[in-house]
Ligand binder design. Sequence first.
Ligand code: ZN
Length: 237
Amino acid sequence: MPTRPAGGSVVLLSGGMDSATCLALAARDRPPVHALTVVYGQRHLREIRSARRLGRRYAVARHIVLDLPLGPLLDSALTRSGRPLPGARRRRGSIPTTYVPARNTILLAVALGYAESEGCGAIYYGANAVDYSGYPDCRPEFVRAFARLARLATRAGVEGGRTIRVVAPLLHRSKGDIVRLGDRLGVPWELTWSCYAGGERPCGQCDACRLRARGFRQAGRTDPLVPGLRPGSRRSA
Ligand code: ZN
């Protein structure tokens, strides 16, 4: 007899707003939570500290911080410090230079193996197709394809008749919706990190900072990481 799932979930936890909101949802709906953070060579390593703090705040059952140095393989502005980050003038609809080749496929594959090993029934993944529509591995068709793969590629799915669900609860939400949802869940935004630039303070200029600012502006509240930026105002420097 195949073993039955013990329940629980794996959360891909980068330390950003979206994965923090996923963590709060998983803690509410699918405990015990196993958090997975991958150090893949991103230049904004500051987010790893945020991920660790979030894991502690939510008292996850286990937090794996996995060193998987993919930087030399994967060409991206997020992994190569010499590459400029895209600013506000990125062409709409184009895939930004912060796309990391196949990164989310790789991270989800690691999460899938971890979830099956732990007997977890779900992987929480903070893909968002509204604001990040340039990334192919954040689109609904990608999430559907990976969910199918999770059924076909695991013993749990093939023998056990047990599907490891790929839960992407933020897929169709705007950044403002995510802030409002996170507020209802009590997400500690001050522990999250979004900036791509690699500094100790948000740069205010990169795509991630702009999207974050837009989310807080839409939700009509102040970002605790940028207390000087009032709702309704635009940061110019
Ligand atoms: Zn930034």
